[in-house]
Design a binder for this molecule. Structure first.
Ligand code: UDP
Ligand code: MG
Length: 332
């Protein structure tokens, strides 16, 4: 049984050494056959240098350095595509997800579950905004999405090889991995755990990245907003018919038709804003169709290295230069 662990890292120079140490100890105790895959998502700090040095000093380590910051979800795609284990664990680099929980994941996996999800019981030291927005997001998504999402679970999870193979065949661009995993189905178990505070450094998820991820999730897994727009459109149309009838009767049967500016004004504002809302909503989907139509790779690998230079050189020689995995672009 081989276990892969995928760690996305973006500007994590302060935590990466500690993370390696704790991860390696935990995983080594579970199985001697393992690989730790660190994906450097275009870090601008010393993350890549530290990873290189970890590679030189220790075994079982592989590093994929992306050409720029492609975002955590794409970094995960790169790591999962490279994983060679019978199962892979995804874990954040900042030790908010305690590596010790991986042992529980593996136990559940051995019971036969294809997906084991880490469920957050507590989120200490995270901002109120983050906790409230996450709480609302998961519940809204569950209402709207075609596949159920685990409440209060992030990307900290274990995936069986079967799930990995399926995910690697899903090269969609606007990714919310947890939604994609729910879409795959198969048997899923949850392991509750207490989320720790970040070991060091600050969050790498800016507000715009967070909003982007939420919108990708919403629009990739639900067409309910579009349908809601149609219903609102229908309702306003019925209202408008009533209004038109009223106006015509007023105009023909009475002589009080000059006033009514208020009604006009309100109706105009209302319908105008609904039009814009509908257009914007359509735009969100059209924009995503445009993005998918471009068929761009999900990430670009700048370089790969792993523990033991000779092993790496031998592996590189045995792979034909043209072979490019689906959804991946190679530069050499
Ligand atoms: N991350 C990444 N690319 C990004 C942003 C974040 O690979 O563009 C990584 C980051 O290094 C960390 C994980 O994704 O390992 C989760 O990020 P973070 O801890 O900053 O998010 P938070 O826990 O605050 O939601
Ligand atoms: Mg974190």
């Amino acid at each position: 049984m081989k276990l892969s662990v995928v760690v996305p890292c973006y500007n994590e120079e302060q935590v990466i050494e500690e993370t390696y140490g704790r991860l390696d100890a935990v995983v080594r105790a579970i199985t001697p056959d393992y690989e730790l895959i660190f994906v450097d998502d275009g870090s601008k700090d010393r993350t890549a240098i530290i990873l290189k040095s970890i590679c030189d000093r220790h075994g079982h380590v592989r590093v994929i350095r992306l050409a720029r910051n492609f975002g955590q979800q794409n970094a995960l795609a790169a790591g999962l595509a490279a994983a060679t284990g019978d199962a892979a664990v995804i874990i954040d680099a900042d030790l908010q997800d305690p590596p010790e929980v991986i042992a529980d994941f593996v136990a559940k996996w051995r019971e036969g579950y294809a997906v084991v999800v880490g469920q957050r019981l507590e989120r200490p030291k995270e901002t109120l905004f983050k906790r409230v927005s996450a709480y609302l997001f998961y519940r809204l998504m569950n209402r709207l999405s075609e596949v159920p999402l685990h409440l209060d679970a992030g990307d900290f999870r274990l995936l069986d090889r079967k799930v990995l193979d399926t995910l690697n065949e899903m090269p969609e661009r606007y990714r919310l991995l947890r939604g994609m995993i729910s879409w795959v189905g198969l048997s899923q178990a949850a392991v509750p755990y207490k989320r720790a505070p970040r070991f060091a450094g600050s969050t790498k998820y800016s507000l715009s990245k967070m909003v982007g991820l939420a919108l990708d999730g919403l629009f990739s897994f639900s067409t309910v907003p579009l349908r809601a727009m149609s219903f609102i459109g229908l309702a306003t149309f019925v209202l408008a018919l009533g209004g038109i009838g009223y106006a015509i009767v007023l105009r023909l049967a009475t002589n009080q038709w000059v006033p009514g500016w208020t009604a006009m004004f309100v109706a105009q504002l209302l319908l105008g804003s609904l039009n814009m809302l509908g257009l914007g909503l359509l735009g969100e989907y059209v924009g995503r169709i445009y993005g998918e139509a471009k068929q761009r790779p999900l990430f670009v690998v700048a370089e790969r290295f792993q523990s033991g230079e000779e092993a790496y050189a031998a592996a590189a020689r045995s792979v034909p230069a043209q072979s490019i995995r689906a959804g991946e672009s190679a530069i050499s």
